[in-house]
Design a binder for this molecule. Structure first.
Ligand SMILES: Nc1ncnc2c1ncn2[C@@H]1O[C@H](COP(=O)(O)OP(=O)(O)OP(=O)(O)O)[C@@H](O)[C@H]1O
Ligand SMILES: [Mg+2]
Length: 219
């Protein structure tokens, strides 16, 4: 279960550039549930996902995942928790440009020294990227990068998937492949949070909750 309790986030806190990006946001998500986070550009969707992944810490409030107070752990522990439990699909992919597709998707497995190359190759095939497996990430198209980022998020088979605008660079066919994969993740009992304003995801015919952010607050 993910508990977001009275979370606020001020960027550049205590400086003249201080900006209140999230205001007193609270919600609970049970294990296995899917949550869609919608709201206009700048409403705080990516900020909220980043806080749940503990890329940064709340200015006030806390986030508890399966009894672990992830938002108050020292960075070393929160990073280990994230690696084990969370697959994150970034809005701008965050691939390493001069590494190959295969090397990129294997990055989350490096610190634990497990060989996931067989699983990686299977996923790469499923997403129709086998011809690009040894291509440098910098040479991939937007949709290919998006799929690579998705595979990297799935590579360690995490319990929680956080996806930031996952369909932004996909055409209709690839978006429906993504929906099939999300459905499969739901069936596998994954907890999923997706930030999006894509009607395809908002109208997705699957069990899900939708919450809306506006100017950093839930509406
Ligand atoms: N590191 C940062 N420093 C300062 N301000 C930030 C930072 N990150 C985000 N913000 C600001 O916080 C607000 C919320 O940003 P966020 O990226 O969460 O919005 P979003 O809902 O994901 O928007 P979009 O739909 O465009 O991706 C924006 O006004 C943004 O400029
Ligand atoms: Mg965003």
């Amino acid at each position: 279960m993910i508990c977001v309790q009275n979370v606020s986030k001020i960027f550049h806190e205590g400086t003249p550039k201080a900006f209140l990006a999230l205001k007193d946001v609270s919600f609970d998500l049970q294990r296995g549930q899917t949550l869609i986070l919608q709201g206009p550009s700048g409403s705080g969707k990516s900020t909220l996902l980043g806080l749940i992944a503990s890329f940064y810490t709340p200015s006030s409030g806390q986030i508890i995942i399966d009894k672990t107070p992830i938002s108050s752990l020292p960075e070393h522990f929160s990073a280990a928790f994230r690696r084990k439990n969370i697959g994150y699909i970034f809005q701008n992919f965050q691939l390493i440009p001069n590494l190959t597709l295969l090397e990129n998707v294997l990055i989350p497995a490096l610190p634990d020294k497990v060989d996931l190359s067989k699983r990686a190759k299977k996923l790469i095939q499923e997403f129709g990227l086998e011809s690009k497996i040894n291509a440098e990430a910098s040479t991939l198209s937007g949709g290919e990068q998006q799929r690579t980022a998705l595979i990297r998020a799935l590579i360690t088979d995490p319990q929680i998937i956080l996806a930031d605008e996952p369909t932004a660079n996909l055409d209709a066919t690839l978006s429906s492949i993504l929906l099939e994969n999300l459905t499969k993740m739901q069936q596998d009992g994954k907890t999923i949070i997706i930030a999006t304003h894509d009607p395809l995801l908002l109208n997705w015919n699957a069990p899900k909750r939708i919450i809306s952010l506006k100017d950093g607050s839930l509406v």
